[in-house]
Design a protein around this ligand. Structure first.
Ligand code: NDP
Length: 422
């Protein structure tokens, strides 16, 4: 097998995203100029977000909205809150969104947003003011046919409700289609909350099929126990997989006999962390990716598997619930070691797929049943998985390279057909 090797690369997510495009550019017959366009976001907006804190103090936060590519449709992507948010992270996440919507062949481009803040230290009223002021600052560039935000790390359906309401109030219309991941009562889609994780678990099942691995009784370790990690854990359990470890920002737990994923979720909802869950052993957070398990679902943040720890990763199959959890150097080592990895731009695309369904329902003023949503999601995930897998086999490349080949090829083809304005 032949795959590009890489020198050492800093773990800057945007450099990584650009590098991933470079790798496939060499394999695709695409005008290098088009590749240059795809490597850069089309528009970047940085805003100051001043709000009054509960104690009367005025504070100014920094927010970003990056619009990466809209050749195939409106920009689409989540909004992340956190102390570690930065422009390069948002640019990378926006780039991966363009790739993801192209892999899934849904008529969107890619975008992403973020605010540097510590949501855990802010009250709900402060978060509401922050969200509303941020929405006002970016309202000229978002819209149902322009750029449609969604939840990401530390944002949720309530955050989307505030965005929808602020946008609607500013525009003088009720516009649910401006965001997805909304509460059901505001036009959110049934099935959206678990959609990313359903996609993760569908990828695990398909990966088991193509590798001949057994699903029933297979052990799983999950990093991150938020929307994606928690829902992936209990959905994996529904397939009779055994979740033996999980983590959050405060700690990690392990039980080789299996954890009850839903009970761990209830415990975390009560206490704020998985740490201390009865009947589990506490292990260091960074050891979860090194456990000797059949499946690893990294569902936290970027750079979980890097050149530093990759040789200690024992999982046979990795399904990337998070965006960017594996660096390119680590990718190569995993591939050499025979690990089957389903990359983020495929593995966690269930979320944006059901966001697309939500948007369609809003635009058509329809409500679909949860079963309808799940059946459509299943069909799209399975189709995309096998399209990527077929390329991986035919081109003798790993699944990430195959997924990027499919995505960059689709975006470039549309850009070539549309031509260059003026
Ligand atoms: P959440 O905020 O719901 O959950 C994130 C989880 O990661 C939290 O449990 C958090 O811990 C945990 N975490 C943070 N830092 C660490 C760490 N160092 N070690 C272990 N766990 C950590 O976010 P989501 O579940 O929505 O997003 C998770 C990932 O999935 C992100 O990469 C996101 O971009 C990606 N994603 C999300 C989609 C979605 O639909 N939500 C769609 C596609 C991708 P704590 O609970 O203590 O804060």
């Amino acid at each position: 097998m032949e795959e590009e090797t890489h020198g050492s690369m800093a773990n800057n997510p945007f450099e990584i995203a650009q590098h991933q495009i470079d790798i496939v550019a060499k394999r695709l017959k695409v005008d290098p100029g088009i590749i240059e366009i795809i490597k850069q976001p089309k528009r970047v907006l940085e805003v100051a977000v001043p709000i009054r804190m509960d104690n009367g103090q005025l504070r100014v936060f920094r927010g970003y909205r990056v619009q990466h590519n809209d050749a195939r449709g409106p920009f689409k992507g989540g909004i992340r809150y956190g102390p570690g948010v930065n422009m390069d992270e948002v640019k990378a996440l926006a780039t991966w969104m363009s790739m993801k919507t192209a892999v899934m062949d849904i008529p969107y481009g890619g975008g992403k947003g973020g605010i540097i803040c510590n949501p855990k230290e802010m009250s709900s009223a402060e978060l509401e003011r922050l969200t509303r002021r941020f929405t006002a600052e970016i309202s000229s560039i978002i819209g149902p046919l322009k750029d449609i935000p969604a939840p990401d790390v530390n944002t949720n359906p309530q955050t989307m409700a505030w965005i929808m309401d602020t946008y609607s109030a500013t525009m003088g219309i009720a516009e649910p289609a401006v965001v997805t991941g909304k509460p059901i009562s505001l036009g959110g889609s049934l099935g959206r909350n678990e959609a990313t994780s359903r996609g993760v678990v569908i990828c695990a099942r398909e990966a088991a099929k193509v590798t001949g691995a057994k699903l029933q009784g297979a052990t799983v370790a999950v990093t991150g126990y938020g929307n994606v990690g928690y829902n992936s854990a209990w959905l994996a359990q529904e397939l009779r997989m055994r979740v033996v470890a999980c983590s959050d920002s405060q700690g990690a737990i392990y039980n080789p006999d299996g954890l009850d994923a839903r009970k761990v979720g209830d415990f975390k909802a009560r206490t704020g962390t998985v740490k201390g869950y009865p009947g589990s052993k506490e292990i260091p957070i960074d050891k979860v990716v090194e456990l000797d398990v059949d499946f690893l679902f990294p569902c936290a943040l970027e750079n979980e598997i890097t050149s530093t720890n990759v040789e200690s990763v024992n999982a046979k199959i990795i399904i990337e619930g998070a965006n960017g959890p594996t660096t390119p150097e680590a990718d190569e080592v995993l591939y050499r070691n025979g690990t089957f990895l389903v990359p983020d731009i495929l593995a966690n695309a269930g979320g944006v797929t059901v966001s697309y369904f939500e948007w369609l329902q809003n635009l058509r003023r329809e409500y679909w049943t949860e079963q309808e949503v799940n059946v459509k999601l299943e069909a799209r995930m399975v189709k995309a998985f096998h399209e990527v897998y077929d390329i991986a086999k035919k081109e003798n490349v790993h699944m990430r390279t195959a997924a990027f080949m499919l995505a960059v090829g689709r975006i470039a083809s549309v850009m070539e057909t549309r031509g260059l304005f003026p």
